[in-house]
Design a protein around this ligand. Structure first.
Ligand SMILES: Cc1cc2nc3c(=O)[nH]c(=O)nc-3n(C[C@H](O)[C@H](O)[C@H](O)COP(=O)(O)O)c2cc1C
Length: 166
């Protein structure tokens, strides 16, 4: 589907859900302070699903060895408050705030955290993820993530065995 068509269908879904505020989307890159264990994933997942739901925040988290990318969407105050908490988490170090923008659509309408490590994911997808991550990391200033990139993250997320939909 073209970017324009995807946006139109997302706009339609967003209208149906009667979102009453501009959607705020924040994307950041980080790296783990030490390799994530199953306990780390379980802990993040169990806290996130409920907490994000309560805040009406959707998004996804992709963790591939030393590369972590997370997208958070919702009301601006909810997303910023959550991000401040996540940023202070000593299990990782945020290395770049890629973008923080308002939009009329939620790109991740039914997506709730969390995604596990990407075991079993085809190597070409992992390579694409590394490339996109490094491009975002080295881009000057704030960079809007594209729908294609979001589609790649969703595909990766599905290989993680999750996400849970809400
Ligand atoms: C990479 C990463 C992503 C996280 N994402 C979320 C999230 O989306 N929602 C959430 O509630 N906690 C998330 N956490 C966990 C929070 O940082 C924090 O540990 C959790 O909210 C519990 O906080 P509390 O002990 O103050 O309740 C994440 C942690 C890491 C390391």
């Amino acid at each position: 589907m073209s970017d324009e068509l995807t946006r139109m269908s997302l706009l339609w879904e967003t209208i149906q859900k009667e979102e009453e505020y501009p959607i705020f989307r924040l994307t950041y890159l980080s790296k783990p302070t030490k390799p994530f264990t199953d306990e780390d994933f379980d802990d993040i997942e169990s806290k996130s699903v409920e907490a994000n739901n309560a805040r009406d925040v959707t998004g996804l988290l992709v963790v591939n060895e030393d590369r972590i990318l997370q997208i958070l969407e919702g009301r601006e105050d909810s997303v910023r408050e959550l991000y401040e908490k996540i940023e202070r988490d000593s299990r990782h170090t945020v290395i770049k705030l890629v973008c923080a923008v308002e939009d009329e659509v939620r790109l991740l309408l039914t997506w709730n955290m969390v995604v596990r490590g990407l075991n079993g994911t085809p190597p070409d997808l992992l390579k694409q993820f590394s490339q996109v991550y490094d491009e975002l990391l080295h881009a000057d200033g704030e960079t809007e993530i594209s729908i294609d990139q979001v589609e790649l993250f969703k595909e990766l997320a599905l290989f993680g065995g999750l996400p849970k939909t809400i």
